[in-house]
Design a protein around this ligand. Structure first.
Ligand code: CMC
Length: 428
């Protein structure tokens, strides 16, 4: 018997099956041959939330959740955060290798040439109420952008794909900043392609009406690091959404809008916003034990804690904690930080969290830094989306070229009523 197989015996029929194993997985479709009779549909797996289903083969991001390891294309996240910059990491994420100077220059120029604010995007944003949530504005303006580039539907053309990738990387921070300025009733600030990716974004966000902004290098670097930390995280909820929507050959603007919609939720990217709301509800350090009791009683969740994959300290949270010190040296300490540190200390000593391996995740400290940098709380998830855009695009680019991939279409276990005849109204 070949070693790389799995032998299954169906005790309903006594039949034995030999299923090939490749890369530590069996193909779910190989289970379909397991039937109790000729008209049986065949065995499926039931996996709500995809706890144990690999939906693709990917070469982009590696996570070992038990050991707290995160690598983009083999490079440890801490090395990238310390030694690289966001645009270089974006190139790496998409292309698989670090760029040489000429490749980086070409990549940067490709993005820079797309930095303009479309009239149509301005009109879309102008239609929103001033108090509209920035993620709602961001998602809608991303989808609307796709209508300007109908050729982007030609997803099997590599040149068309690259043009869309450049444009989405360039336009996402513009849409984010314009959405913010719309909510404040401020005029838009034109992008400055001579600045770094993070520096340009901070300037478009915070410059005065005449475009002046004193860009602080420490804050610019912190923003860059935060983008790097969020760049990709393998098959998370929003990335899977990008792949599912992209599998229908939908254009990447609309697919990215769908991915951003998934990110919006409080269990995913919306958690950074929820952490700040939670810290404000707790109010002071002495009320933390009372709040932790509520978490343990199942009344509330400890936002920014826990992860589907990490059952150890999220390596991104560790780097963010360090970056926080550099930001606070410029901005002064955020009083919420002390509360967050104390909350972490209490939680990590508590049996409830220890037993369930619940540790701070990326969102636990990121919001505190964002707030210190002057971002309003509802903008936090938009910042996550800006960092994650390259991950969505790289995963989509990989999907489109993967000959194993088909349109996403899961199965279901049908538990509804068996066939029955329609009852007219007077007989119900
Ligand atoms: N607070 C309290 N209890 C928790 C938490 C939490 N934050 N997270 C998980 N648990 C408990 C959960 O109740 C369950 O307990 P029991 O076994 O008694 O039923 C156990 O831990 C296992 O949790 P789970 O819900 O099965 O875990 P999951 O993998 O389905 O959920 C999660 C992962 C991230 C959605 C969840 O941990 C959570 O809701 N965390 C808070 C929201 C958050 O911070 N999200 C950001 C995630 S990181 C960035 C990103 O991906 O966007």
């Amino acid at each position: 018997m070949p070693a790389d197989t799995l032998t299954l015996t169906d005790n309903r029929t006594g039949k034995t099956y030999e299923i090939p194993i490749a890369d530590g997985t069996i193909r779910a479709i190989d289970l379909r041959q397991i039937k109790t009779s000729a008209d049986d549909f065949g065995m499926m797996t039931y996996d709500p939330g995809f706890l144990n289903t690999a939906s693709c083969k990917s070469r982009i991001t590696f996570i070992d959740g038990d050991k707290g390891i995160l690598e983009y294309r083999g490079y440890p996240i801490a090395q990238l955060a310390e030694q690289s910059n966001f645009l270089e990491v974006c190139y790496l994420t998409l292309r698989g290798e670090l760029p040489n100077p000429a490749q980086l220059a070409e990549w940067t120029a490709g993005i820079r040439k797309e930095t303009s604010v479309d009239e149509s995007s301005k009109n879309v944003l102008a239609g929103f109420q001033r108090d509209a949530h920035p993620m709602g504005m961001f998602i809608s303006s991303l989808a609307a952008l796709g209508t300007l580039y109908p050729e982007s539907k030609r997803v099997s053309d590599p040149a068309v794909r690259l043009a869309s990738i450049y444009r989405l990387m360039a336009k996402a921070p513009i849409l984010a900043a314009c959405g913010y300025r719309h909510s404040k009733g401020l005029p838009y600030v034109a992008p400055n392609p001579d600045l770094s990716y993070a520096g340009n974004f901070l300037t478009m966000m915070f410059a005065s009406a005449d475009g002046k902004y004193d860009l602080n290098p420490a804050l610019e670097r912190a923003m860059d690091i935060l983008f790097i930390l969020h760049a990709d995280h393998e098959q998370n909820c929003s990335t899977s959404t990008m792949r599912v929507v992209g599998s229908a050959q939908t254009d990447p603007y609309t697919s990215a809008a769908a991915a951003a919609s998934a990110l919006y939720g409080p269990l995913h990217g919306g958690a950074n916003e929820a952490v700040l709301s939670m810290l404000r509800v707790i109010g002071s350090k002495d009320r933390i034990p009372e709040y932790v009791q509520k978490v343990k009683a199942g009344e509330v969740k400890l936002m920014g804690f826990g992860h589907r994959v990490y059952k150890n300290y999220d390596p991104r949270a560790r780097i963010i904690k360090r970056a926080a010190d550099e930001v606070f040296a410029v901005t002064g300490k955020n009083p919420l930080l002390e509360m967050a540190i104390e909350l972490e200390r209490i939680a990590l000593e508590d049996e409830y969290f220890v037993k369930r391996k619940l540790y701070p995740n990326v969102d636990f400290y990121s919001g505190i830094i964002y707030e210190a940098m002057g971002f309003p709380t509802p903008m936090f998830t938009v910042l996550f989306a800006l960092g994650r855009m390259i991950g969505w695009l790289a995963q989509w680019d990989e999907l489109v070229q993967d000959s194993d991939q088909k349109i996403s279409r899961p199965r279901q276990v049908f538990l509804g009523p068996a066939r029955r005849d329609f009852a007219p109204m007077d007989q119900r």
